[in-house]
Design a protein around this ligand. Sequence first.
Ligand SMILES: C[S@@+](CC[C@H](N)C(=O)[O-])C[C@H]1O[C@@H](n2cnc3c(N)ncnc32)[C@H](O)[C@@H]1O
Length: 288
Amino acid sequence: MNKGEKFLTRLEVLKKSSGFLRAKGVPSPKCDSEWLVSTSLKIKRMELYLHPEEIVEEQNIREIRSMIVRRGKREPLQHILESVNFAGFLIKSDERALVPRPETESLVEYILNRIPESFEGKILDLGTGSGAILLALCSSLPSSFGIGTDKCNEALALAEENVRLLNLQERVVLRNLDWHQDKILDDDISLIVSNPPYLDEEEWESAQPEVKSFDPKPALVAEDGGFYDLRKIIACASETLATEGLLALEFGICHADQIETALRPKFKDIEILKDLSRHRRFAIAKKT
Ligand SMILES: C[S@@+](CC[C@H](N)C(=O)[O-])C[C@H]1O[C@@H](n2cnc3c(N)ncnc32)[C@H](O)[C@@H]1O
């Protein structure tokens, strides 16, 4: 898609965009091109193929070119689109917080399968980032109350925008809290959820450019083989959760055995659950 090429059809724009992204090593060039072109044209992805011969306006060509160049530099698609669909809810996503991951949607699903829709308890999200997990839970549990915490003020500002986007101001509060330094003062918490940093340095080094160049490293990497924050969160949860309250965690690919050992003294009914690739990645347990 060179400058000055005016009369391109939707299909031609798609082909040129996919070819450019493929050459740059972007993992899903066709799918990403469809998202970016359809977003610029303000149509559904499917419509691209319903009217493939339609001419794309010059101003759209310019916008698409700029978005495709950004994606070619491996900026995450979600940053360029400025939004992500997480567990059925459209939220804002940008450089202020980690892009919510599809695997984390499984954690939300596992939690919702264990809680009735009439749940009226307090949910505490440790390391809320964009707010994705907490906001999906509170949107699905209309009588719940949510507390989202993070040590990063930029992430909290993004989460605040998402609270307003999903119209949850009445039921969700956000606050700055560092679980290594601050005491959790809330009581009567029925559910603690956390997707904390859990990658080790080696995993970080081998991550895709989208992650290494655009996700905040402190949101992903933890000391002690990735277990440092998980251990602290289990300790905080054992002090804060109400008896019979639930702790739900996402963790790294090698952590399942360590998690079970750390949970056993203060938790019962420990379930280790798998992600879509059949790896043990989540735990749900009940406070004794
Ligand atoms: C892996 S991200 C998860 C974000 C979001 N919950 C999600 O699933 O998309 C971890 C989050 O924990 C926060 N965090 C890291 N260390 C923390 C600490 N010591 N206290 C509070 N938050 C922390 C980071 O700022 C980041 O937003």
